[in-house]
Design a protein around this ligand. Structure first.
Ligand SMILES: Nc1ncnc2c1ncn2[C@@H]1O[C@H](COP(=O)(O)OP(=O)(O)OP(=O)(O)O)[C@@H](O)[C@H]1O
Ligand SMILES: [Mg+2]
Length: 366
């Protein structure tokens, strides 16, 4: 799939912008804080009906009350107009002018894979960053996952609210017998199980393809292993034993919201041993793998967003990365300076300059 045209209204620093993208490579040039990442964020937000880093209200241009992002998407055999309107009150999504009531029917109509220098946080940050990688990927891939994830969030909120409600009522000396808490716990375990199964299956697939990509990108015959470290038990009594401490803390301590992922290269813990360069290679390999998996599952190429990634790569690795991306994929690259981009990437690309919150197509000579 390709984005033919992107329209922004009151999105981050943009009042009103329209850009017609090339089906091949698009390069956005601008100084720091000019709004390059904001353009990629708008595309990502339209794809997943949520930003990867902010709430809807933060996406609205200062002093405005709502934002709009829309795009004309070209698929293999048709075109669709996707629109999202967001504000503090929530969001609405539309396809070809018709409102879509369930977000799960909208997410995945546009598929994206975003590469960012922050990706290496996966190996240094906490479990939250790692789960985010898996969750954001699965949201694009599986409608069931979106629904199960939404149900999980609802269940954990219900259970946590009830735990807080019980706190003043319990006697810490006695066993806790509470039918309502039993029901909430059974429902909670059920939601956990579905998410756990989907994550395990996806992680195994992602691991296999990532290893191939890592070997190709680094030229090294390395073994890469992902290990899903679980905090979830499929056993009611396991949770029942923790009723008292859950109530005292006022939240559910065990479940898929606490799961973690560990990365290994040649059987050594990646987080403890990897260099900056190796982290970057693995982060890129994971995203390349994601693009391939999305393409296979959706029978359409995803749109690839490269946020300032090239400034960290020498020209040789830039070219290797571009070669590894499917030739038919549409790519949007951001950079502060054109000289950071290899000649090969510049050929066949459309260049846009961002200045004073305005985006202009620019013709590059030579
Ligand atoms: N809701 C908003 N309304 C208006 N401006 C905003 C809003 N949110 C962010 N900005 C502005 O957007 C700018 C940052 O944009 P962005 O992160 O896209 O820059 P960038 O070009 O990617 O910079 P860098 O090269 O440093 O990565 C900041 O100046 C910030 O103040
Ligand atoms: Mg940026």
């Amino acid at each position: 799939m390709k984005i033919k045209e992107l329209n922004l209204l009151n999105f981050r620093n943009y009042k009103k912008e329209k850009i017609e993208l090339s089906p091949n490579i698009n390069i956005l040039i601008g100084n720091n804080a000019s709004g390059k990442t904001n353009v990629l964020e708008s595309i990502y937000t339209l794809a997943l009906a949520r930003s990867y880093k902010a709430k809807d209200k933060d996406l609205v241009l200062f002093n405005e009350s709502f934002y709009r992002v829309s795009a004309l998407i070209e698929y293999f055999n048709r075109e669709d107009n996707l629109l999202m309107i967001g504000s503090e009150e929530g969001k609405k999504v539309f396809q070809n002018g018709l409102e879509i009531q369930k977000l799960s029917d909208f997410i995945g109509k546009l598929n994206v894979v975003m590469f960012s220098p922050d990706d290496i946080i996966m190996f240094k940050g906490g479990p939250l960053e790692k789960r985010k990688l898996i969750d954001m990927s699965l949201l694009q891939i599986s409608k069931d996952y979106i629904e199960n994830y939404t149900a999980f969030k609802k269940q954990i909120k219900l259970r946590n609210d009830y735990l807080k409600y019980l706190l003043p009522k319990i006697n810490t000396e006695e066993e806790i017998e509470d039918d309502m808490l039993d029901i909430l716990t059974v429902n909670f375990i059920d939601c956990n199980k579905r998410i756990y199964d989907a994550r395990c299956n996806f992680l195994a697939k992602l691991n296999k393809v990532t290893e191939e990509k890592y070997r190709q990108l680094s030229g090294e015959d390395a073994s890469i292993k992902f290990e899903y470290s679980i905090n979830f038990e499929n056993d009611f009594n396991f949770y029942k034993k923790r009723y008292k401490s859950d109530i005292q803390i006022g939240s559910t301590q065990c479940g898929i919201h606490r799961d973690d992922i560990k990365f290994f290269k040649n059987d050594k813990d990646f987080e403890l041993n990897c260099s900056q360069g190796e982290s970057r290679m693995l982060a890129l390999s994971i995203k390349l793998a994601l693009a391939e998996i999305l393409k296979k599952l959706k029978q359409e190429t995803p749109v690839v967003l490269l946020d300032d990634v090239f400034s960290e790569l020498d020209k040789n690795h830039q070219n290797r990365l571009l070669k590894m991306l499917d030739k038919s994929m549409q790519i949007v690259i951001t950079t502060t300076d054109l000289y950071k981009i290899s000649k090969e990437s510049l050929n066949n690309s459309k260049v846009f300059t961002i200045k004073n919150s305005s985006i202009k197509e620019t013709i590059i000579n030579g």
